[in-house]
Write a protein that binds this ligand. Structure first.
Ligand code: 5AD
Ligand code: SF4
Length: 469
């Protein structure tokens, strides 16, 4: 292996994988590993995989095909390439991956990331390593926290895993098998990590968990804290002005969490609350353990606590046994809620889950057709929501330069991308803007003062002029 060792981590799937990939890089950094920009430039490639739907998990095998070619090319040049498969496909398929893809040197599940340095060492004599147990010790105790430099490089928003695993066992879902039983990190550790992030300039943190509102971490007082209480403590950290969390289950929206939405301006008015279906029959078959009406009443209570909250969700079409009538119930629920955004997926039978064994699987053509109808309904709600912001004054966290010179880009409280004319020194600030128009991918806005008046004269010169002065 060359002197400066470089790792390239390719991340698939959800935000938790993004967080995990960063922690893997942080854990390798003290061993002299730097991050490579491309696989070609790396001594070690890790694919951090996703198993949630078939398409996601098939991607890993096509990528491994590319790795086989790359490894052979490198070998011709006398260079070595280690290939690791991490994440949920690794957890679910373990040795099967090593068998199907001889290019793979290491297969390790999400609970083993803190062992990464020793796993690499074990491949030293050409051995292939598979580690997919759920160890007793808590990986978070051993995973390196992000360094200040890395946090700064990664920007003004950060993910923070607070909870992992799921005990809900929805009948379509692999998560309880790949990520294991629900467990929450202790509050003290989470607050320490959040403080470090804030000190490095992070303004917005998204708390992550497969069932994040089921959070019940041990507090400094020895009691189990819920997510609402955790958010209250996080809101006291100076500089941490925006808090979000994802993904939630409707059954775990506690009164205290609703109260936190009512009381904390830092808790952003945007809630991802998947329902999956609008049909009671399908909800029961999915083992969601709530009805359509429970969900709608819950949203009423959430909106009573925080009237400006925007809803987001996940939907599955073509679950086994879903009739046209069931599907229409989903469409009518979407209409009733009025989502600001939502994700919809074709049901994908996952090996080992109860729904995969159901006799009445839905035709692919039917799934495609329902998905298109659902997405059209969601798109029109997203458009209506975006249009409802025009003329409104709102706070935007300025995150990066915009596409054009003299522009800056950021996020609204409702996670909408926003661009505006502004100078580079706006970076990292939360500024009031007035929304002027809705573009295809973002809102166009103008900087205003606290009273809502347009800030004039224009703050910036075009970059070329600015550079000359
Ligand atoms: N098929 C299709 N979509 C699924 N999801 C989870 N499992 C499946 C599956 N087997 C969707 C759910 C979940 C989101 C993360 O992925 O909507 O909320
Ligand atoms: Fe999967 Fe979410 Fe259901 Fe848990 S609550 S089983 S993560 S869909």
């Amino acid at each position: 292996m060359s002197e400066t060792k470089k790792v390239f981590i390719k991340t698939y799937g959800c935000q938790m994988n993004v967080y995990d990939s960063e922690r893997m890089a942080d854990t390798l950094a003290p061993q002299g590993w730097r991050e490579a920009e491309t696989a070609e430039d790396a001594d070690l490639v890790i694919l951090n995989t996703c198993h949630i739907r078939e398409k996601a998990s098939e991607k890993v095998y096509s990528e491994l095909g590319r790795m086989r070619v790359l490894k052979a090319e490198k070998a011709e040049r006398g260079e070595k390439l280690l290939v690791g498969v991490a994440g949920c496909v690794a957890q679910a398929e373990g040795r099967e991956i090593a068998r199907r893809a001889p290019v793979v040197d290491m297969v390790f599940g999400p609970q083993s990331y803190h062992h990464l340095p020793s796993l690499i060492e074990r491949t030293g004599n050409g051995a292939r390593v598979v580690e997919t147990e759920f160890p007793i010790e808590d990986k978070f105790d051993h995973l390196a926290p992000p360094s200040r430099e890395k946090t700064i490089a990664r920007g003004l928003t950060a993910f923070l895993t607070v909870q992992e695993g799921c005990d809900k066992f929805c009948t379509f879902c692999v998560v309880p098998y790949t990520r294991g039983a629900e467990s929450s990190r202790p509050v003290g550790r989470i607050l320490a990590e959040a403080r470090r992030l804030a000190e490095a300039g992070v303004r917005e943190v998204t708390l992550l968990g497969q069932n994040v509102n089921g959070f019940h971490g041990e507090g400094p007082d020895g009691a189990a804290w819920g997510l609402g209480r955790l958010c209250r403590a996080l809101a006291e950290i100076p500089g941490l002005d925006r808090i979000r969390y994802t993904t939630s289950h409707p059954r775990d929206m506690s009164d205290d969490l609703l109260a936190a939405h009512r009381d904390l301006p830092q808790l952003m008015p945007w809630l991802h609350l998947p329902v999956q279906s609008g049909s009671d029959r399908i909800l029961a078959a999915m083992n969601r353990r709530h009805t359509r009406d429970d969900y709608l009443r819950l949203i009423d209570r959430i909106r009573a606590a925080r009237p400006d909250i925007a809803m987001s969700g996940d939907f599955i079409v073509g679950f086994p046994g879903e009739t046209e009538e069931d599907f229409r119930a989903t469409l009518s629920l979407v209409e009733e809620v009025g989502y600001a955004s939502a994700f919809s997926f074709k049901y994908s039978a996952r090996p080992g889950t109860p729904a995969a064994a159901e006799a009445e699987q839905i035709d692919e053509a039917e799934k495609i057709e329902r998905l298109a109808r659902l997405q059209a309904a969601i798109d029109s709600e997203t458009r209506a929501f975006n249009l409802s912001r025009v003329g409104m004054t709102m706070d935007v966290l300025i995150e990066k330069p915009g596409r054009r010179a003299g522009q800056m880009a950021g996020r609204s409280p409702w996670l909408q991308a926003v661009h505006l004319e502004g100078a580079a020194d706006l970076l990292g600030r939360i500024v009031p803007v007035r929304v002027d128009a809705v573009g295809p991918n973002s809102l166009a806005a103008t900087l205003v003062d606290a009273a809502g008046s347009v800030v004039a004269p224009p703050l910036v010169q075009p970059a070329s002029v600015g550079a000359a002065t």
